[in-house]
Design a protein around this ligand. Sequence first.
Ligand code: NAD
Length: 359
Amino acid sequence: MTSKIYQLVIVGYGGMGSYHAKLLKDVQNINVIGTFDIQEEKRVASLADGYKAYDSLADVLSDATVDFVLIATPNDVHKDIAIAALQAKKHVICEKPVTIKSNDLKEIMYVADANNRQFIVHQNRRWDEDFLTVKKIYDDNIIGNAFHFESRVQGANGIPGDWRHLKAQGGGMLLDWGVHLLDQLLFMVDSKISSVYSNLSFVLGDEVDDGFQSIITFENGITALIEVGTTNFIQLPRWYVKGTTGTAIINDWNLNGKIITQNFGVEIEAPKPIQAGKGLTKTMAPPSETAISISPLPSFDATMESFYSNVVSVVEGKAVPIVKNEEVLRVLRLIETIFVSAERNEVIKNFDSLIAIAE
Ligand code: NAD
């Protein structure tokens, strides 16, 4: 039996919309048939790329051949487009951050259920190789029990583009990059969050944050420092992970990094005191060569079904979504809590218990 080919239209043919079109060329059972964008130049680009350019969203939604709508517009219009598309009985793939407010996602989830259509958010960084490597280190206890994660992305180019500078359009780095890093963390660590403390950075003078730092503590004792910056001319490593018997570092998206673990069961030479600055220290001296082993990063588990393939499996009732809407909702609730923590300069405790009461 030949499998069905699903017809997909991309709404918002900017940077990410055209990137999806490129990626979807390699996906066998999804066919991009067209795009809709409010800008004339993007319609011209769509035609030049070989895709029909619809004149309006209504035209897309009334086209019975369209199975999927993929939303890659600025964040403030995701919700209205998603609801209209679901009501027109289309399945929807939506870019992150799915909505600016968590309650808007709840509304979309309700409409998806009511119309018996799938709504799946493109949290693509769950498939990032650096993240999967950290997840492997954590899942397999490669550095003992990993108890502290530092996850950073840092650039030096400020906030890009136009709408990302505007609060009303869901701009700012917490919503833009924070949503990825927080999604990765909550996908990996299966524990309730006990406290959240954050600051936001406004050094560029925009009305939205140009970066942030959040400290998240889980009930199982794991802590995480999540940091996004756009004014970092020198970047810190992408990941720094501490475990009970070792430390892992991943410098970049190309998986440059290493693991250092403590040796056991051998004659271990004590560290020798070193001159450090104007003082002497044994505590901060490097461990002796016999005390540690240096290893390359482990190979990550690459068996997770790809994002688009999973979307098709979900629509066909053959799989559950890898990106579940309840998980995306929890991340949005966490982002809202981070905004509150930063505004009040307060530690917010019992995050998961509070959101459970709110649901
Ligand atoms: P962009 O500005 O490059 O493109 C947005 C496009 O949407 C523009 O062409 C604009 O004309 C069009 N548009 C605006 N309002 C519209 C409407 N009502 N109907 C139809 N088209 C409309 O922005 P971008 O960088 O491509 O970001 C788009 C979305 O993709 C955002 O939600 C962003 O957060 C997300 N994104 C995700 C990733 C990822 O890795 N998952 C990466 C980049 C961007």
